[in-house]
Design a binder for this molecule. Sequence first.
Ligand code: DX5
Ligand code: ZN
Length: 216
Amino acid sequence: MNTLIAPSVLAADFANLQKDSEMLNKSQADWFHIDIMDGVFVPNISFGMPVLKAIAKHATKPLDVHLMIVNPDQYIETFAALGSAVLTVHYEACDHLHRTLQKIKSCGMKAGVALNPHTPISVLESIIKDIDVVCIMSVNPGFGGQSFIEETYTKVRALKALITEKGSTALIEIDGGVTNKNAKQLVDAGADVLVAGSYVFGAEDPMKTIEGLKSL
Ligand code: DX5
Ligand code: ZN
């Protein structure tokens, strides 16, 4: 499969989201990655529903919404109504993950589960067949522009093996510190979706940078 590229809007120009959204529409990006942080699950607050609504108005590609929030269940219908295509919750924030995933799917979205860097792949053994996207955090969630954690490669390989063993169709997404220095190795290890924030939006030519990631 062709690697999917999901630029993280967290690194976009918030004073000109229309312009950056149109750039992503024109680029080879596959998804818009949207980071929602609540200041409780992670030590930062990003943006909420009104900003997502503004992005959705301009985006012509699927919205991949990454919830870094406690109690995600209470907002599942709201994110569906706002046009999310993929809704990802954190394993660490869900007491009843199976129920949460069923609710996401019943609202017509793909269900994603994100794992913090310290959380082993093995926690997904009994639920992997219910997941559409596993997001492996390759930095501690909460901020863009951090350095990639090298242990991620081992986790990607372990997840790929689990997916194959269980006959799951889950995609493997990598989020945090992705650049041209690690992208190829991640894809070789089994990654299907690469999220990139500062590497794309900090580049002189973001469209070319996306093209570079896409053609790995
Ligand atoms: C981190 C977010 C990431 C972040 C990635 O908490 O989930 O999606 O925006 O940004 P970079 O690519 O700059 O690490
Ligand atoms: Zn993210």
